[in-house]
Design a binder for this molecule. Structure first.
Ligand code: URA
Length: 237
C-alpha cells in the first residue's frame, strides 16, 4: 500500500493533508523518516509511527443488519440479547451502531467502525432520510400529513423539548403508513405518532439514505459493497 494512502486512512486525513505530514518529516517507517507519498509499505509487517505513536491499520467495515424484534441496539445484552450476537467474524472490530432501533422495532441497522460516517448518518445536520414502515392502533387521516410536514413539538428522553424537522407521512391504509424523518431523536416515530393520536404496533426501518433493507432475512446481515459505500459517503458530505 502507498504510504500516503495508509496515513490518510488511519488518521482520517485527505491525501494532500497526509502528504503535508510526510513532507514535514513527521512519519517514520521502521524508525526511518520517509517523505514520499508513493513509498510502498506493508501495513501488516511495517511499523509506521507518528509523533512517537505506532499507527495501527484497521480495515473499515460496513455491515447492514436486519434487526429482528427482541434484540437490543447496544453492545451488551440485558433483558434482551444484543444485536452483536447476530454477527460473527467481526468480534475484533469496534463497531458503532449508526442510529439505534428500539428493542421492539425491526429493520435496517448499519454497523461500522467508521466513526465519522456513523456520526454523519445520525446527525440532523446532514439530513439523511430514514424511512420507516409503521402499523398503528388508530386511523391515519389526510390531515396528519401536514402535522408531520410542519414539525411537532415533542420532549426527548431527558425531558428537553424540541421541534422535529419536517417529516413525510405517506398513508398506505387506515392503520399503515410510510414515514420519512431526517434526524433520529429518542423514540421519534412513536412520539410523533402518539402526538397525532396513534399508538405504534409495528415499526420497521426500511431505508437509511441510499441503503435499502431489500429482502435481507430478519437476523441476517451482509457487508456493503464498494459502490454502496461510495454512494453512502457521498450522501454524507
Ligand atoms: N423511532 C422510534 O420510535 N423507534 C425506533 O426504534 C426508531 C425510530
Amino acid at each position: 500500500m502507498r504510504l500516503d494512502k495508509f496515513i490518510s486512512h488511519v488518521l482520517n486525513l485527505t491525501r494532500s493533508e497526509a502528504k503535508t505530514l510526510l513532507r514535514k518529516g513527521e512519519i517514520q517507517v521502521n524508525s526511518s523518516v520517509v517523505r514520499k507519498g508513493d513509498f510502498q509499505i506493508n501495513p501488516e509487517s511495517d511499523e509506521i509511527t507518528y509523533r512517537g505513536g505506532t499507527l495501527e491499520y484497521e480495515e473499515k467495515v460496513y455491515l447492514l443488519l436486519h434487526k429482528p424484534k427482541g434484540y437490543l441496539s447496544s453492545h451488551r445484552g440485558g433483558v434482551h440479547p444484543s444485536v452483536m450476537n447476530l454477527l460473527s467474524g467481526f468480534e475484533k472490530h469496534k463497531l458503532f451502531i449508526a442510529g439505534r432501533l428500539d428493542a421492539d422495532s425491526e429493520g435496517l441497522l448499519l454497523l461500522t467502525n467508521d466513526g465519522e460516517l456513523a456520526h454523519r448518518l445520525t446527525s440532523p445536520k446532514y439530513r439523511i432520510p430514514k424511512k420507516y414502515h409503521v402499523q398503528v392502533e388508530g386511523v391515519f387521516e389526510d390531515s396528519d400529513i401536514s402535522l408531520f410536514r410542519e414539525g411537532m413539538d415533542l420532549t426527548d428522553g431527558r425531558g428537553n423539548s424540541y421541534r422535529t424537522l419536517p417529516a413525510k407521512l405517506e398513508i398506505i391504509s387506515k392503520n399503515e403508513a410510510r414515514i420519512t424523518i431526517f434526524e433520529g431523536k429518542f423514540h421519534q416515530i412513536k412520539r410523533m405518532c402518539s402526538a397525532a393520536g396513534k399508538v405504534v404496533t409495528r415499526l420497521v426501518r426500511t431505508e437509511i439514505g441510499p441503503l435499502k433493507l431489500g429482502n435481507l432475512k430478519p437476523g441476517s446481515f451482509r457487508k456493503l459493497n464498494p459502490e454502496e459505500i461510495e454512494i453512502l459517503k457521498k450522501e454524507c458530505t
